[in-house]
Design a protein around this ligand. Structure first.
Ligand SMILES: Nc1ncnc2c1ncn2[C@@H]1O[C@H](COP(=O)(O)OP(=O)(O)OP(=O)(O)O)[C@@H](O)[C@H]1O
Ligand SMILES: [Mg+2]
Length: 242
């Protein structure tokens, strides 16, 4: 299977701090790749490097057949990459549908087509009931889904999800699992950072563990759960189940 997105030999320094130190990752087409690691491990920095929000000090990023190192996020979006942000900020007065259309207008300038695409995405996320509600009335799980919907509406091949389950109750995060599976089954490759361990274990085809800016381990969920170095890294900092 080929890599849809890859980062090779990535290094990112902030002054004297090396936040990412020679990390190589590959997201295979059709897969869900999970990124985990203790606080400050470099997960968000890696995400920002792969999605064009910051530039690597060294190393290369490839998206499908394109070398995209240093390209800005909007260029990457045109090449099929979309991401969510951990802090969700919908347009509060606009309806859920209108918020999602902000994304789907990237695919079509025709408002009927954009609305149609937005409705399809809302159906995929199980949000049809909320279509005409102002975004400010959404609950936390609704906000999180709207954030995913806005990214998905741009028609990506690859979706980067930044802690879309943080701030949800266990029941609410469990309800997100089939949603993310449906997105993958619709043909979208997914890279996700997540602290909710049961979710990352259940969803990921492969998991990369970061620790102090380096790749500590990579493997299937079962391999990662049984890896003594991973268990130790978590026990030394935050508990595994956060
Ligand atoms: N813009 C920046 N300037 C300076 N240092 C930064 C910057 N961004 C991140 N860092 C540092 O790089 C390291 C990795 O941070 P990063 O946010 O990538 O970790 P993380 O794994 O996402 O952590 P968390 O689980 O807490 O979100 C940290 O020491 C952080 O303070
Ligand atoms: Mg982070």
């Amino acid at each position: 299977m080929s890599a849809l997105l890859s980062g090779t030999g990535l290094v990112r320094r902030f002054g004297g701090l090396t936040a990412i130190n020679d990390v190589t990752v590959e997201v295979r087409e059709g897969h869900i790749l999970g990124i985990i690691g203790p606080n400050g491990a470099g997960k968000t920095t890696l995400f920002n490097l792969l999605s064009g929000f910051i530039k690597p000090t060294r190393g290369t990023v490839r998206l499908a057949e394109h070398e995209v190192t240093g390209l800005r996020p909007h260029r990457l979006n045109r090449l099929g990459l979309a991401r969510t942000f951990q802090l969700v900020k919908p347009f509060a007065r606009m309806s859920v549908l209108e918020n999602v259309m902000v994304g789907s207008y990237r695919l079509s300038r025709d408002s009927r087509e954009a609305a149609q695409r937005a409705r399809e995405v809302l159906a995929l996320l199980g949000m049809e009931d909320l279509t005409d509600r102002p975004a400010r009335e959404l609950t936390m799980p609704g906000m999180k889904r709207l954030e995913v919907a806005r990214a998905l509406a741009t028609g990506p091949r690859l979706l980067l999800l930044d802690e879309v389950m943080s701030g949800l109750t266990p029941t609410e995060s469990k309800a997100m699992l089939p949603v993310i599976q449906r997105i993958r089954d619709s043909g979208v490759t997914i890279l996700m950072i997540e602290h909710v361990m049961h979710a990352i274990m259940a969803l990921s085809d492969r998991i990369v563990v970061l620790h102090h800016g380096s790749k500590l381990a990579e493997g299937s969920p079962d391999e990662i759960a049984a890896n003594p170095a991973v268990v130790e890294a978590y026990l030394g900092t935050a508990p595994l189940g956060r």
